[in-house]
Design a protein. Structure first.
Length: 182
């Protein structure tokens, strides 16, 4: 069963990765950010994202402690990393708001964690993936999280052109002054 879930999760991540690469390569026909909330792009990306999240949780349970880090030290390292990643994601989400987070224009934000990085939520997600992978000791989750991390590292490239179109010089100056990740 977990092998089927793993293949489904990997497949979804490849589709998400392909959508982000497509959006970078062909910004005129981008999939992300979506043109509006009820567009097919919005519905597909968010449906796939939530499916992947559900599959990740399933793999977390079904493949718990089946890899190479069986020592309890993984709890002492993994839990603090999870907390840091979760706090960064939450702080970014609370600052940016639900509309901006979901790819719908709702004002330009450069406060909170956005003073230090242009993509605190993506950075927090990658940190969170590292912590969950350490804690769970799952090869399946490690593979899925590497792919998910790549998706989150490429997604800003798809967003930057759109942000320049939406916010013009204000975003360009922000982009020059603030690092993409760290």
């Amino acid at each position: 069963m977990k092998e089927i879930l793993f293949v489904a999760d990997i497949s979804i991540h490849y589709v998400l990765l392909s959508a982000m690469v497509w959006s970078v390569a062909f910004p005129k026909w981008r999939i992300w950010p979506p043109p509006k909330k009820q567009s097919w792009q919005y519905i597909i990306i968010w449906t796939l994202f939530y499916l992947a999240l559900a599959l990740n949780v399933s793999l977390l349970v079904l493949d718990w402690n089946n890899w190479i880090i069986s020592k309890p030290v993984r709890f002492f390292v993994g839990i603090p990393v999870i907390v840091i990643g979760s706090l960064l994601v939450s702080w970014g989400f609370a600052t940016l708001g639900i509309k901006n987070t979901s790819g719908i224009k709702n004002g330009f934000v450069i406060i909170g964690p956005y003073r230090f990085t242009r993509n605190p939520q993506y950075l927090g997600d990658v940190i969170l993936f590292v912590g969950i992978t350490l804690l769970s000791n799952s090869l399946y989750l490690a593979i899925v999280h590497v792919l998910g991390g790549i998706v989150f590292l490429i997604t800003p490239l798809a967003e930057e052109g759109w942000l320049e179109q939406q916010y013009g010089e204000q975003y360009i100056q922000y982009k020059r002054a603030t690092p993409r990740y760290l």
